[in-house]
Design a protein around this ligand. Structure first.
Ligand SMILES: O=c1ccn([C@H]2C[C@H](O)[C@@H](COP(=O)(O)OP(=O)(O)OP(=O)(O)O)O2)c(=O)[nH]1
Ligand SMILES: [Mg+2]
Length: 160
């Protein structure tokens, strides 16, 4: 039997605290067995949707405080359906949720489409991937070791 990704015994536990304005909203969830990201919902007031004009951006509350285990991060990514259909994306994608952050998680959406976009309560606005992170030890050095690439970049290997 194949275990689903999220029932692996060693899976990290994501702690969630639902704030009062998030109460009643469905918790973030993996929509399919193999989904990489869990969808996040807009915790805007019922009956008071946010209208996002073309070109405008907005900080959308999720109504959630998270306890991401040490050694992991949350990556906030756009949903392709919103992007393809309406030009809605996350401005700072992938947004970084640090494991020591204890404020409300918010999603920065921007409307790159041509029409105003309505964000109503409960709309699945983005997805969050939990990913391992490594903190490097930093060493100040006097020079960098030589490589074939050297300082070539930004298209140095050609286009074809
Ligand atoms: O899309 C995002 C990005 C960040 N955050 C929260 C969680 C994160 O841990 C914190 C800081 O994010 P980041 O380091 O990207 O922002 P900053 O501008 O460097 O702020 P800070 O100086 O607080 O680190 O803000 C969100 O809620 N949503
Ligand atoms: Mg920062």
């Amino acid at each position: 039997m194949t275990a689903s990704l999220h029932t692996v015994a060693a899976a990290p536990v994501l702690g969630l605290i639902q704030l009062p304005h998030g109460a009643g909203l469905a918790l973030p969830a993996y929509e399919t067995e193999g989904a990489a990201g869990m969808d996040l919902r807009a915790a805007v007031s019922e009956g008071e949707p946010l209208m996002l004009a073309p070109g405008a951006r907005v900080l959308v509350p999720t109504g959630l405080i998270m306890e991401i285990p040490h050694g992991f991060e949350g990556q906030i990514r756009p949903r392709s359906g919103l992007a393809a259909k309406a030009g809605i994306t996350c401005l700072n994608t992938p947004g970084t949720i640090d494991s020591d952050y204890r404020g409300e998680v918010k999603v920065i959406l921007i409307n790159l489409g041509e029409a105003p976009f309505e964000i109503s309560r409960g709309l699945r606005i983005a997805q969050m991937v939990i990913a391992p992170v490594t903190q490097a030890r930093i060493e100040l050095r006097s020079a960098a070791g030589e490589t074939v690439r050297g300082a070539g970049g930004f298209g140095s290997t050609g286009t074809g």
